[in-house]
Design a protein around this ligand. Structure first.
Ligand code: FMN
Length: 198
């Protein structure tokens, strides 16, 4: 859905940003360079240190490298075709899941998905620092993922992430290549930062 055209958007970085935030981008072209295990682990370490409601740490990850072809294909097969077409070249695919209830008291954790999102955000920043690309995807078949990964009732899928080193935009089809190289655009702060009541 397109936002109304009167909303101001800009491609400009308007205020000081960490270089990793400036550089982070959900690219789709991946090189076939494999990721060392230690690099992969450092991404999950970034997620590990994310803040979470009651320090509940509701994030759970299932990842596969291309070498683990059975598990890799299980993750890949759950994706929508529009994502499969480029994500199949990522050296690592990750399912991020949320534990629905607090381990401490069994109560429903209303912040579980929020906290997994925060963990994924930190993971993405750490990845950018390491020269990697992280592309999060909500475009997957949830039921297929649950059934093929045998995900227990206590967990729910959040997003699947494609991770790897950036590749050449020319490796993508014309439509994706255009999106890959277009400047990123955002609403300006006036649209979403308020200093008065509604
Ligand atoms: C929850 C979530 C779901 C997303 N799902 C998809 C997806 O299924 N396919 C896709 O190509 N990109 C997906 N994206 C990436 C967004 O399209 C992307 O973050 C957005 O266009 C902003 O671009 P940027 O990340 O490069 O700044 C998703 C991002 C998030 C956070």
């Amino acid at each position: 859905m397109q936002a109304p055209s009167e909303i101001q958007r800009s491609t400009e970085i308007a205020h000081t940003l960490l270089p990793e935030l400036e550089k982070r981008r959900s690219k789709r072209a991946f090189s076939d360079t494999t990721m060392p295990e230690e690099t992969i682990r450092s991404l999950f370490e970034a997620a590990r240190w994310a803040p979470s409601s009651m320090n509940s740490q509701p994030w759970v990850y299932v990842y596969a490298t291309k070498n683990q072809s059975a598990l890799y294909n299980t993750l890949l097969n759950a994706l929508n075709d529009s994502n499969k077409v480029w994500a199949q070249h990522a050296p690592v695919l990750v399912a991020s899941l949320a534990r629905k209830n607090h381990l401490s008291n069994g109560a429903v954790n209303g912040s579980a998905r929020y906290d997994v999102g925060a963990a994924n955000a930190l993971l993405s920043v750490q990845a950018t620092h390491a020269g990697l690309v992280v592309h999060q995807m909500g475009g997957y078949n949830k039921q297929v993922l649950i059934e093929t990964l045998n995900i227990p009732e206590s967990l729910e899928p959040v997003v699947v992430l494609a991770i790897g080193y950036p590749g050449k935009p020319e490796s993508l089809n014309d439509n994706l290549k255009a999106r890959e190289t277009a400047p990123r655009e955002r609403f300006t702060q006036e649209f979403f930062v308020h200093t008065k009541t509604f």
